[in-house]
Design a protein around this ligand. Sequence first.
Ligand code: HEC
Length: 190
Amino acid sequence: MLSTLLSMSLCNPRSAAIAERACALPLTHPAVRNGARARRAVLIVCTAGLAWAANCVAAFAAEPQLATYRVDNGAIHVPLTREPGDAARGRAAVLSRDAGNCFLCHTVPDAGDTPLGNIGPPLAGVGKRLSAAQLRLRLVDSTRINSRSVMPAYYRTEGLNQVASAYRGKPLLTVQQIEDVIVYLLTLRD
Ligand code: HEC
């Protein structure tokens, strides 16, 4: 974590450009062209510089910035993406073990043969009970509605316990999946 923080604070496009220039420049210098020792030194500096630059890119990729949102009256009114949600993709995310896993705790009206859990309320009719804005907060961070909720916060990475290293720093659903799931839930009106 410390090394990630360090490399993130040292990483910016300007220093990456300097590392690249340092690699290219000395190759044209006569001392480098003619001397084996100087060539070796350039090679070492270069390799280290490029490895550092690659590390920079990895550090940024590993710590995605979460989208910001504002909670008003138990709801998030502004959609998290520009692209509107898609009900079919949302349904797939709700019924997917790799994405929402919602059916572990909720009955879902059109789940077919999937065995369903009943820890949470049935999702049938939820599109009539709750608005898109209320559903958005419920999905993003259910503990903002009920601090003791056992429902996972699908778009939060802070304050979670026992997260496997492969999932650390990543929300359970992407912003697009959240918007897709909202549109699907809104279709459940009976
Ligand atoms: C580990 C169990 C669990 C999982 C997984 C889970 N939920 Fe929940 N959910 C709950 C519980 C429990 C509640 C009841 C309120 C509370 O305790 O926060 C709830 C409440 C809700 C509500 C409010 C329902 C209402 O009528 O007020 C919605 C909507 C909802 N969940 C959608 C989802 C969706 C969509 C997913 C998957 C992306 C999901 N839940 C995954 C346990 C879960």
